[in-house]
Every structure is written in structure tokens, then in C-alpha cells.
Design a protein around this ligand. Structure first.
Ligand SMILES: [Zn+2]
Length: 69
């Protein structure tokens, strides 16, 4: 009946399902921990900035370059 005890104690990495390393709980490695951290950060900073472009009221028609240099 060791299998049941194994499943209870061996947590799995939520990203790749590998056995968790105690040093990187709840992940299996630093790589997975970093991936999750990056996801979290990108979620925090994912702010719709482009909507502000309308403030100027200058919308360039598609296919026509608005500025010459
Ligand atoms: Zn992993």
C-alpha cells in the first residue's frame, strides 16, 4: 500500500506535473518557478495602454503614412 502514501506526499508541479522539489515548492525546479512568476507579473502589468491613443483625436487612416521625415 505504499503507492497511496506516495501520492499523498509527492506533490506535483502545477506546470509540468513533475514531482515537486522541496527547494522550489510548489514547483519542481527554478525554471517552473520562474515561469509562474513571469506569468503573474505579466498579468499584473497587462494594462490596456493603447486605449489612450484616442485622447489626441488623431487617428491615422490605415495605409496612409501620417508623418513624413
Ligand atoms: Zn515543473
Amino acid at each position: 500500500m505504499n503507492e497511496i502514501d506516495n501520492q499523498l506526499s509527492a506533490a506535483r508541479c502545477p506546470l509540468c506535473r513533475k514531482p515537486v522539489d522541496a527547494a522550489f515548492k510548489p514547483f519542481c525546479s527554478k525554471r517552473c518557478a520562474d515561469i509562474d512568476l513571469n506569468r503573474w507579473l505579466s498579468g499584473v502589468y497587462a494594462v490596456p495602454v493603447k486605449e489612450d491613443e484616442d485622447e489626441d483625436g488623431t487617428r491615422l487612416p490605415e495605409g496612409e503614412p501620417g508623418e513624413k521625415s
